[in-house]
Design a protein around this ligand. Sequence first.
Ligand SMILES: [Zn+2]
Length: 168
Amino acid sequence: MPTIISHPIVASLKTWVPRISVHAAFAGGLLAVLPDADVVSFAMGIPYESTFGHRGFTHSIVFALATSSLATLAFRRDRRALFAYFFFCALSHPLLDALTNGGLGIAFFSPFSNRRYFFPWTPITVSPIGAGFFSARGVETFISELKWVWLPCALLALMGKTFSSRAT
Ligand SMILES: [Zn+2]
């Protein structure tokens, strides 16, 4: 999926935990996009299917745990809530990728296993990699993401806002 645009939108679910600051939400957005830093592997000649190829180790549960732990250390207060929020943001990336209809699957259990997984239901149109993002297929992908990522996130964020304002 077009990472820089759609993955960080999950950080908007901070509405469920009102004490999450804007800074923390920004960090959550970065964590949600970080796994796709592995696209440099294509330029480096690392095969897609290898552990350090695209959708490999950086899309694993271990990587999400490591990055969310490091991000939590950067904050002083509410670390338990922050860790849960950061881990949710980080893990949302491979989970959403596993709902896409193309490419190789996700190495959730890397580095222990490099087996790639998709969910049985893959409604999200996979993003073209690189310049293809600005093609007609890129537009099709974005429309798919509006429907399957932005809309559910917006509704859930709104629900979070409603519930948390009632709770206070
Ligand atoms: Zn990805």
